[in-house]
Design a protein around this ligand. Structure first.
Ligand code: NAD
Length: 406
């Protein structure tokens, strides 16, 4: 029997869809059967007929859920989906496994095999085609720079005209990972004077290679896997103080700082917001229900401060460029599906370095080491001591024994 893949209509406010017609066509060619919930692609401008032409069956929501070996989703699916799923079905998407442990527990209790993109080990080269965090951050950074250009009350580039000369706008990007670099590149192409800031010193070269200025900071905090680590209280205070001066000098501040599985760090304090010039635009890409990088940013809202600055909570930027974002998301989904297909079946190798980390739950068990650590569970495979460590331990034991015998 063919493997069946379904995509559903996402929650209101989410414009993306997990499968694009292009990817549906490719999956169908490889003998997968694809079910799309009626209207699932509407907000990304993919109508039902386009999916039908690509070889999918457009069906009602319950049929799409019931028929699926695997449901591909952009965000966490609603309770109606999980309640309707059966043990042994798989779910793949951005499932917030580190920030919503109750949801993961529910999936485990139902024995749903859940693969969460947030858990992907991104530095493994085989995983790069599956990297939703990168593909969607790239879209978000691009869209953030365009939004800034649209909302700022002046030109971004320098303009020399018969009616006078306009100075280029100054854009500061805080957090220069995937989204930040894309925002820098886009703002640069629009002619702004751009600078970038990050606490990972490694990002200096990347920022400078885009023609932007890297702001030197006295805080350096590279953590595991190339990510930033959480700053101490003292480091946070130091950072906020040194950023205050940079913020006051800029017209547009785009913030993207994240620490995986944690509340985003507060980079722009209330004091910095209060000192911003009238017309300053803050675009907070980190804004979510957990909070954002800018004091006073409110998920889904634009706040105008008393001194005439605007704080735009922009956690949904990828959803605001839905067709491109869905195309890339769907490619990442396809890469996971083909990776876990062996001999015409979906297989979940819990010991594989990519799949074993991507799997939040399998057959009712928590698999990913990051989920287990968040749940305060022991490692599934406690690290074996290294050979010389074993020898050292044995020597020490022998020494103790000898001492005891004395
Ligand atoms: P992210 O979304 O987790 O965070 C965005 C940026 O915010 C990061 O650059 C981070 O250093 C920065 N940040 C965090 N706390 C900060 C603070 N207090 N002040 C200032 N900046 C802060 O990051 P990301 O875009 O997912 O990328 C993280 C790293 O992973 C980067 O080095 C990126 O190049 C790397 N990466 C590698 C691969 C790969 O090897 N295939 C793929 C994707 C990303």
């Amino acid at each position: 029997m063919a493997i069946t893949i379904s995509a559903l209509k996402e929650a209101p406010g989410e414009n993306r869809v997990a499968l694009s017609p292009d990817v549906v066509g490719k999956l169908v060619k490889q003998d997968y059967q694809v079910f799309i919930e009626k209207g699932a692609g509407d907000r990304a401008f993919y109508q039902d007929t386009v999916y039908t032409d690509a070889g999918a069956q457009v069906v009602d929501r319950n049929t799409a859920i019931e028929k699926a070996s695997l449901i591909a989703t952009v965000g966490q699916p609603g309770a109606d989906v999980v309640d309707h799923m059966q043990a042994g079905q798989a779910l793949l998407g951005l499932l917030a496994p580190l920030t919503d442990l109750e949801f993961v527990k529910k999936l485990a209790a139902k024995k749903i095999n859940a693969l969460a993109f947030e858990l992907l080990p991104r530095t493994v080269s085989r995983a790069q085609t599956m990297d939703v965090l990168s593909s969607q951050s790239s879209v978000a950074g691009y869209k953030a720079a365009l939004l800034a250009a649209d909302r700022f009350s002046r030109y971004l580039p320098m303009m020399i005209t018969a009616a006078g000369t306009a100075k280029p706008a100054k854009v500061l990007v805080l957090g220069t990972g995937v989204a930040g670099l894309q925002a820098i590149g886009t703002a640069n192409r629009l002619g702004a004077m751009v600078s970038g800031y990050d606490i990972r010193p490694a990002s200096r070269g990347e920022v400078e290679s885009l023609g932007a200025k890297f702001l030197t900071t006295s805080v350096s905090a590279t953590g595991e896997g190339g990510y930033a680590r959480v700053l101490t209280k003292e480091e946070t205070a130091k950072q906020q103080a040194e950023l205050a001066g940079f913020i006051a000098e800029n017209d547009v501040i785009i913030t993207t700082a994240q620490v995986p599985g944690r509340r985003p760090p507060l980079l722009v304090t209330q004091e910095s917001v209060d000192q911003a010039k009238a017309g300053t635009i803050f675009i907070d890409l980190a804004a979510s229900a957990l909070g954002g990088n800018v004091a006073g940013s409110k998920e889904g809202e634009t706040v105008t401060t008393k001194n005439g600055a605007q704080i735009i909570a922009a956690g949904d930027m990828a959803s605001q460029l839905p067709a491109s974002a869905s195309d890339m998301f769907a490619k990442n989904v396809q890469a996971v599906i083909t990776d876990i297909t062996k001999d015409g079946e979906l297989t979940f190798d819990v010991d594989d370095e990519v799949v074993g980390e991507l799997l939040a739950t399998y057959q009712g068990e928590f698999i990913s080491s990051r989920v287990r650590s968040a749940m305060k569970l022991p490692d599934r495979h406690p690290a074996e001591p290294a050979a010389d460590e074993t020898a050292a331990t044995t020597d020490a034991t022998e020494a103790t024994k000898t001492k005891g015998a004395d």
